[in-house]
Design a protein around this ligand. Structure first.
Ligand code: CMP
Length: 139
């Protein structure tokens, strides 16, 4: 079915001018960008977005890297958008990512892995609502 998912192009990627290259892969996979903005996250925003990870040993490093430069936050829409986006992103750790995936091609490390995508319908809805009002999503 047609779904919406939340996607971020992380600072390691915007810094290397990879925004267009990454969106091209998403569009070629049948996903449509129905909302998009470039944000330089505050510490508070990054901590809130990633609150589920706050007890993890990498939380400090994660917040540090997500506040190190601009991020492009997006809503992607398409057939099975949540799973489709995860397929094209590849594994969280670029060392494990399949050939042809965004992380295999562009990620620098597990912490600087170029993109984030929602993992389930509930998190997609939460993550979209964290960054966008309903009128900003234009399908
Ligand atoms: P993301 O999909 O944005 O969700 C949480 C992020 O935490 C993940 O991608 C990684 O970038 C980061 N992360 C996960 N594990 C580690 C780790 N072991 N060290 C540093 N960062 C990590």
């Amino acid at each position: 079915s047609i779904e919406r998912t939340f996607s971020m192009i992380k600072p390691d990627a915007t810094r290397r001018n990879l925004t267009g290259a990454i969106i091209k892969i998403m569009e070629e996979a049948g996903l449509t960008v129905v909302a998009s903005k470039r944000v330089w996250m505050s510490r508070r925003e990054a901590e809130g977005f990633y609150a589920v990870h706050k007890e993890r040993p990498f939380f400090g490093e994660l917040v540090e890297s997500m506040t190190s430069g601009p991020t492009v936050v997006q809503v992607l829409q398409g057939e099975n958008a949540i799973a489709r986006n995860r397929e094209i992103m590849g594994a969280t750790n670029p060392a494990d990512a399949a050939e042809g995936t965004i992380r295999k091609e562009f990620a620098l490390s597990i912490g600087e892995n170029s993109v984030h995508g929602s993992d389930a319908p509930e998190t997609a809805a939460q993550e979209i609502a964290y960054w966008f009002s309903e009128t900003e999503v234009v399908g």
